[in-house]
Design a protein around this ligand. Structure first.
Ligand code: ADP
Length: 465
């Protein structure tokens, strides 16, 4: 989704999200609690039913035993008072008596509780009832009567888990309705409570990091604060740059205007006119150099802003050795004019980069090494691949050097150690700022070594391919 599309989509409501979340959590909690409670209740309930059936069966069996006849009629009297289903079964499974059924019943020999009682003396079993939501618990005892072996079985029908759940359904519905209501009220209150400090924060962006109300908002506050600081710094830099540019342009323009006025008004002697014209030309040249450097910096600024993480299309493998030779040739004339010898020592090295920008970088460094030198001085251009595999480009001179306290500032725009010397040699104060920018665009690292009176070495190390 594009930024434009994202902006046009209305953000989601926090109240609605809280409400939905609270309702979901509430409903899930009620369901989980009721399920667990029903399961536990059913378990303990059936256990008690089984215990009760066992005790009852033993009591009825004792009564039957006392009668001592083995006659089902004796059991009938006892079973009527028991309140549960009592069945008397012969050893072959034939039903001798059942207080819940007066008619004949099918053979019970295959019933698990009867089989178990015949084998071990007692047996129990639970079976689904024909009625939905119910199950029947049985307990059976083997009796040795004068009429032979008989099985006394008692049974009770109780609610199974589904039967119990049906009972709790109205309770569940009531709980859900209550939760809906509580979530409705709570979400509105919670949203208000949470949003208020955030809104207050938005009113005091200056102190956002100190006032941040929630731990989770610290990264956001930090980003806002950093962004603001960056914007302020950029704004200050922009203002300083505009002021510097205006000042730098105003000086040559004033001179040009002055000399032109002298010639125009006829105040300049005809012998002086060629000198004045030469000065006008020189100042105009300075202005052209300045404007060209400013344009180049602004181009580099916009390249940096638009680049992001992408590798730009103009990044190609550049042969540094060939580039060094080419620059040494072009700069020889300038070096000769300044009575400086220019040499190069080019070893194979390739950089992934923009050739024009790398030419500009090397030219600026070489130009400075010549301009801030002395007659008879020496400049050496070097390139190669370091022991770590990183390609490098180095310019060394034995010129005037840079004082220690200025070394960190020479890469700033318009910073000069000696303004008059810079101007006299055609400097704009932007050469090293351009170098720094180009190095940044190539992920390169600049190292400056300098000593006043001894000379300067500037080494640009590029990343390994
Ligand atoms: P400029 O156009 O004035 O040369 P730069 O940005 O290229 O501007 O350099 C900034 C300042 O750094 C120069 O004014 C000069 O004082 C100092 N400088 C740069 N390179 C050298 C060098 N090789 N030797 C001595 N000083 C240098």
């Amino acid at each position: 989704m594009s930024d434009e599309e994202r902006r046009s989509v209305r953000p989601r409501s926090m109240t609605l999200r809280f409400r939905r979340g609270l309702i979901l959590v509430g409903v899930l909690c009620v369901l989980a609690t009721l399920t667990a409670a029903t399961l536990l209740f059913q378990h303990s309930y059936t256990e008690r039913v089984d215990r009760y059936l066992r005790a009852l069966c033993v009591t009825v069996a004792d009564g039957y035993d006392l009668a001592g006849s083995g006659d089902p009629q004796d059991l009938a009297r006892l079973a009527d008072d028991s309140g549960v289903r009592c069945t008397l079964i012969a050893q072959d499974g034939a039903v001798l008596y059942d207080n819940a059924h007066s008619g004949a019943l099918e053979n019970h020999a295959d019933r698990p509780e009867v089989k178990a009682a015949l084998e071990s003396g007692s047996g129990s079993c639970t079976r689904e009832s024909e009625t939905m939501g119910q199950e029947t618990h049985y307990y059976a005892l083997r009796l040795d009567t004068p009429a032979g072996v008989q099985i006394l079985r008692v049974g009770e029908e109780v609610d199974n888990i589904w039967g119990l759940s049906a009972d709790t359904l109205p309770l569940l519905l009531c709980a859900v309705v209550l939760i809906l209501l509580a979530a409705w009220l709570l979400s509105s209150w919670l949203t208000r409570m949470m949003v208020r400090p955030i809104n207050q924060l938005a009113e005091h962006l200056d102190t956002i990091e100190a006032d941040v109300p929630y731990e989770e908002l610290i990264p956001l506050a930090r980003t806002v604060q950093t962004d603001r600081k960056l914007r302020e710094d950029n704004e200050t830099m922009r203002r300083e740059f505009t002021a510097n540019v205006s000042h730098e342009l105003k000086t040559p323009l004033t001179s040009i205007s002055g000399y032109a006025e002298l010639i125009e008004s006829g105040m300049a002697k005809s012998a002086d006119v060629p000198t004045f014209a030469a000065r006008i030309h020189k100042e105009a040249q300075r202005m052209i150099a300045l404007v060209s450097d400013i344009l180049q910096l602004s181009e580099l600024d916009s390249t940096q802003a638009s680049r992001g993480q992408r590798i730009p299309a103009d990044m190609v493998p550049v042969d540094l050795a060939a580039l060094v030779k080419e620059i040494a040739q072009t700069m020889t004339v300038n070096a000769r004019k300044a009575y400086v010898t220019l040499q190069y020592d080019a070893h194979p090295a390739t950089v992934q980069g923009c050739r024009d920008q790398l030419v500009e970088l090397a030219t600026n460094l070489c130009d400075n090494a010549i301009r801030y030198n002395r007659p008879g001085g020496h400049v050496e251009l070097r390139c190669g691949t370091g022991t770590d595999g990183c390609p490098f480009l180095e310019v060394e001179d034995n010129g005037i050097g840079i004082p220690q306290d200025s070394q960190s500032r020479v890469f700033e725009r318009f910073y000069r150690v000696d303004k008059s010397r810079s101007k006299a040699t055609g400097g704009t104060g932007l050469g090293l700022a351009i170098v720094k920018h180009i190095a940044l665009l190539h992920d390169a690292h600049i190292d400056l070594q300098s000593q006043v009176g001894t000379g300067t070495t500037i080494k640009v190390t590029f990343p390994k391919k």
